[in-house]
Structures are given as C-alpha cells and as structure tokens.
Design a protein around this ligand. Structure first.
Ligand code: CDP
Length: 248
C-alpha cells in the first residue's frame, strides 16, 4: 500500500470502481480443470487479470522419510511467482512473502483435507502465479481447492477465498492492483463451504464495524466463487444418468 496520487479517484460519485465494478462485486472468474497431464489434479484459474496454475500430486510416499508422519499425510503448499508475473521482475526462488503465503495457505486447507486417511504420504500443492494483479493468494487458494478435488483428495468440502479492503474510505470486495496499491486496507479471507474461516490476514487499519461489513461482503463473494468451483467440478465428474426405458 503506497500513498495515493492526489488526482486519482478510485471510486466515482456513482459508486463505480476503476474497472467498472460496484463495491460488492468480484472480478470475473474463469476456471479450467485437469490441464496438466502429469499432475494427479490440476487447475488453471483467471480472476480479473490474475492467471494462476496449480498442480496437485499425491497422496504419494513422502520424501525425505524423516518428513513422514505416522498418523497422517503431510500437506505441502508451495506458492511461487513467475519472474514475469509482475511489473518489476520478481526475483526467482523463495522470498519472505512467498514462504508466508505458502504457510497460511496450507493452514487454510488443513481443516478440510482428510490427511489421516493417508499416513506416511505427502500431498503436494504447487502454485505458479503466471500473471499477478492483486489477490493472488486468494486466487491460488480457489484454484488449489479445485485441483485438490480434481486429484480425488478426500476433503470435508471446498475452500473458497476472497479479500475485502478499504478504498477511498469505502469497504469494497476483491481489490485489484490499483486499489491494493493506493487503498487503505486489504483483508484476505478463506472459508469452508459452511462459512468457517480458515485464513484471515490484514494489511492496513480497519475499525471493528468495517471488518464486520467487509466480512459480509466476503461471504457473498465466496458464495459466488463456490458456485463457479462446483459448476466446473460437476461438469467433469457428474456422469449423466442414462434414461432407463420402462419394461413393457
Ligand atoms: O497477491 P496478493 O494480494 O495475495 O499479495 P500482496 O503481497 O498483497 O501483493 C499484491 C500485488 O502486488 C500482487 O498481486 C502483485 O500484483 C503485486 N506484487 C508485485 O508487483 N511484486 C511482488 N514482488 C509482489 C507482489
């Protein structure tokens, strides 16, 4: 978050944002499933100008062996930004930021992945951010959820993620890059299908009332995202029931 140029208006008097959205609208989202033939599950997701690719591998024997857990699978999540994904080239390799995002994203999935079914194994989630435009951690979580389901990993439900923030003094859903840069706060959230929150982070300052209002917006956003995730999974896995001709 940097200081906003004086003449820049992020929300017009009519309540429209720079990309034409209203405060409670998410960016358009498109999901493709099963895009990588060598992964057990995969997903390509576009959300506004974000482009994210996820490959899921496992459950497979965990290496090195000392990383194995006798009572469950270990879940490993690696968030990586391609060097060409941002305006200023991102330095290849792990950074403080990518290590933090990987950790909180793994924790966002731990309550739903039924890891105890697969002792001594590893479930690997590899995230590649190909193009970034703010909200990449939430986009990556939405894509990972679909890729995990595509891999057939038993889960109690899908995880869905969306951020809200404060821009020009207003609480808005799903910040884009300009809003993230010049806004006053950013608050990413992930939740289960039942609305149980599994990730919360906050950058900037917000009052308790603003957080309450933002969480209501996030719930609405997550509901819309869940519907998109479910539709793409249904399309792949629902086999049409053949009509049974009645006996004469
Ligand atoms: O992407 P997300 O909002 O989850 O994380 P962030 O740390 O708040 O970053 C916001 C945005 O800043 C990213 O989505 C990128 O568009 C941009 N960024 C960048 O240009 N260079 C970086 N090294 C990191 C982030």
């Amino acid at each position: 978050m940097s200081s906003k140029p004086e003449n820049l208006t992020l929300i017009t008097d009519d309540g429209l944002r720079l990309d034409g959205r209203r405060a409670d609208e998410i960016r358009p989202m498109k999901i493709e499933i099963g895009v990588l033939s060598r992964a057990d599950g995969s997903c390509y997701l576009e959300w506004g100008r974000n482009k994210i690719l996820v490959g899921v591998f496992g459950p497979r024997e965990a290496h090195p062996r000392r990383s194995q857990r006798a009572d469950s699978a270990v879940i490993r999540y690696r968030y990586n930004m391609a060097s060409f994904s941002v305006e200023d080239r991102a330095r290849p390799g792990p950074s403080r930021r990518s290590i933090e995002i990987s950790k909180v994203s793994r924790e966002a999935f731990e309550p739903v992945i039924m890891a105890e079914m697969f002792p001594k194994t590893a479930i690997d989630i590899f995230v590649e951010v190909l193009q970034a435009d703010a909200g990449t951690r939430t986009a990556a979580i939405n894509a990972s959820s679909v890729a995990l389901a595509d891999a057939g990993i038993p889960m109690k439900g899908l995880i869905t993620s969306c951020a809200f923030g404060k821009v020009d003094g207003q609480i808005v859903l799903d910040l884009n890059k300009e809003e993230d840069n010049y806004g006053e706060a950013d608050f990413p959230v992930a939740m289960t299908q039942d609305g149980e929150i599994t990730l919360v982070q906050m950058d900037g300052n917000l009052t308790p009332e603003e957080i309450k209002k933002g969480l209501e917006l996030v719930k609405k956003g997550c509901k819309e995202i869940l519907a998109i995730q479910q539709a793409v999974l249904r399309k792949k896995f629902e086999t049409p029931v053949e009509e049974v001709s009645e006996e004469p």
